[in-house]
Design a protein around this ligand. Structure first.
Ligand code: C5J
Length: 227
């Protein structure tokens, strides 16, 4: 399958060997009262990508593709949260503090859930990750190897933090990765633009970028060919 309208050139993948990876679409980043807001960010920016993410997720599920959701999260005793991460800066609430949606960025707390609009279905993989990248201190690589996955399609937040870090980790591990630009967002519009440019520069040094409509068109063509 070829996603033709992609940067820096068409993204070629075999759907059965491709997983959709949805990074950190959690209440803690997207809703007021969570970690994102505690850092002083305007969280309303991020919610705008939800309808496009839903369309891609529905199409991917309809064809039985592998779906992976990630959550940035820490154990309740914070044993997997380095002090350097917890103590940095002067946020209104630190990781582990009690906020309006429970303890900030702690596993099992309401704020740590994936937003209802993109809730995982039974059987879909949910990776809890203590770092920015989806591969660091998780079983993601082993899982992808087991399933014969060679390409990844990324959506989620935030573009320049957890999405970009995960794409760079994927790139170093030999995966081809495509980021859907209308399905990712940053608290800072300039950072999103810069990240998309960094990913695709130098002949796709990190990977590819495309609009979700380009992926949906490629999937529709693939389905039509299969009859
Ligand atoms: C942070 C993220 N910490 N999901 N996480 O910004 O991008």
């Amino acid at each position: 399958m070829k996603v033709l309208q992609a940067r820096p050139f068409a993204f070629d993948c075999t759907p059965a060997q491709t997983a959709l990876v949805i990074i950190d679409m959690q209440r803690d980043f997207i809703e007021p009262g969570g970690f994102g807001e505690s850092l002083g960010n305007q969280v309303s920016r991020l919610g705008a990508i939800v309808p496009a993410c839903q369309r891609v997720l529905a199409a991917w599920r309809a064809r039985g593709g592998m779906v992976i959701h990630t959550r940035e999260s820490h154990a309740p005793d914070l044993s997997d949260c380095p002090p350097a991460k917890r103590l940095r800066g002067s946020p209104a609430l630190r990781i582990g503090d009690v906020g309006p949606m429970g303890r900030i960025l702690v596993r099992g707390e309401p704020g740590n859930d994936i937003i209802a609009a993109l809730a995982p279905l039974p059987g879909e993989v949910v990776i809890d990750k203590p770092g920015k990248g989806a591969f660091y201190a998780t079983g993601l690589q082993a899982l992808l190897s087991e399933r014969g996955i060679t390409s990844l399609v990324f959506m989620g937040v935030t573009t320049e933090v957890c999405v970009q870090t995960s794409m760079r980790e994927a790139n170093d591990r030999g995966y081809d990765a495509l980021l859907l630009e209308d399905c990712t967002e940053s608290y800072f519009s300039a950072f999103k633009t810069a990240t998309l440019d960094m990913i695709t520069a130098q002949g796709g040094i990190v990977g590819w970028v495309a609009e979700s409509t380009a992926l949906l068109a490629a999937l529709a063509l693939e389905d039509a060919r299969a009859g």
